[in-house]
Design a protein around this ligand. Sequence first.
Ligand SMILES: [Zn+2]
Ligand SMILES: [Zn+2]
Ligand SMILES: [Zn+2]
Length: 460
Amino acid sequence: MIDITILITLSYLIINITKNKNKCRCMMANKKNQQNHRNNHRRSMQRRWSAAKYREKKVKSQAHSSTENCDKLEGSRIINLDKLQQYVNELTTHAAKCGSQIILSGEQKSGLASIISSHCSKCSFIIPLTTSNKVSGPKGISRWEINLAAVWGQMCTGGGHSKLKDNMSILGVPVMSPKNFINTERSIGQWWQNQLQDEMKEARQKEKRLAIQRGDYHEGVPAITVIVDAGWSKQSHKHTYNAKSGVGVIIGKETGKILFIGVRNKYCTACSRGISKDKHHCFKNWNDSSSQMESDIILEGFCQAEEVHGVRYVQFIGDGDSSVYPTLLQQVPGWGRYIEKLECANHSCKCYRSALEKLVQEKPHYKGKGGLTGAMRQRLTSAARCAIRMRSQETDVKKAVKKLKQDLKNGPFHCFGVHTKCSPDFCQKAKEKLSEEHQESIGNEDVCEEFSDLIEGTCN
Ligand SMILES: [Zn+2]
Ligand SMILES: [Zn+2]
Ligand SMILES: [Zn+2]
């Protein structure tokens, strides 16, 4: 404690001595030149005083020009509330100490984020306001959170740089350059892809674990049931299969999560403009017909299953009219021929409805009151869906399949009011044992017979 006190006293003395030394430099001059020195000293003091005045003037003019800059700060900004609170804390602490006004004096923009500088009008102390947090991207490059969020939003809603610019310019908020937008977009895309790969890996491991727990193996390899489906960038309406882009997915039945995803693109904007492959990130990876995209993607997923992930997709649920099944049977090496296809209830009902629509188009006399009206076609489809749902809950699968076949064939009779063969499981009329004498059949027996044939086809 004493040592510190001595040190402080000593340093204080040293400072004072130095000061005195500066002050009394002229006094040490010889007596003869004292007058000259006095004059010189006055002149030097005058010079110092004017320099000090000049400096003061400069600071004032700087402050003035800063206030002018402040006028140029215009429009709106999106500010993170935590950052704003930090700034308010700093600002109020300084203002309380200095007792002066804080003025916004400049801005360094980076897309939607910016660092707004403000200074104290009395002591020129600078307090910056950073409007956003910074986060680390997939390659470790740190980016402004607000810029990432803005680009992310555009990617989710199908917009781009120009849409963001249009929206933001109406709000008066500045946006990033197109180049910065594209870089951010790529960064987010990479991050999404990494995240997706991790999620799919986890889902595959879970499906495998569940198969082992159930004891489901095929030739000693854990075997699972998957759902496969595809989508295109353009609706085919069952005749024009010329979409430029298609996506296919394999979903685990137990987890309901995606195990594999593939994309095929026939078109690349940059390539169509003649930009060479090494100068752009090319997404074109398909030259065959659009209708083969689905089979190719699903085949790729099935081929990877055992080799990479150690599972076999021995059963798959897919849509009725897809060409995937024959491709899998022929081209999945080794266990491909054991793959079984299960009909998807949704697709079966869709096919049933399409067949009904086709029927009334070909035979228009079935339409009209008491016949195949729009409401009746809807009712027939709902009845089929209801039967599938009910029978799928039964434990004895073999019996359930038999019953379902009967229910589906009987569906049209039930809908047209003939309840003789209805199952009391879901027909109220059959339950009440109301017989056909109440039903004045409308002469649609032949229509019902025709449906039965139609359903027979769907069942098989
Ligand atoms: Zn101040
Ligand atoms: Zn390209
Ligand atoms: Zn009935």
